[in-house]
Ligand binder design. Sequence first.
Ligand code: FES
Length: 69
Amino acid sequence: MYVCICNGVTERQIREAAANGCRTVAELTMRTGCGATCGTCLDTAIAVLDSVHGEREPLFPIVSLSHAA
Ligand code: FES
């Protein structure tokens, strides 16, 4: 099944990327192009990553200010 129509990325490709260490949507986009155009596929892409890893990764990196100077 195609998850990302814009970039031709399938569920299988996302599962393979996850199995090869891809843990975040940002990594997935860098590796496969999934989500790089319109972004409407991101919820489904996250769900596929979650199903492989069993946890939810944040869509955007969380920056802590507690160590700011
Ligand atoms: S469907 Fe994935 S970027 Fe458009």
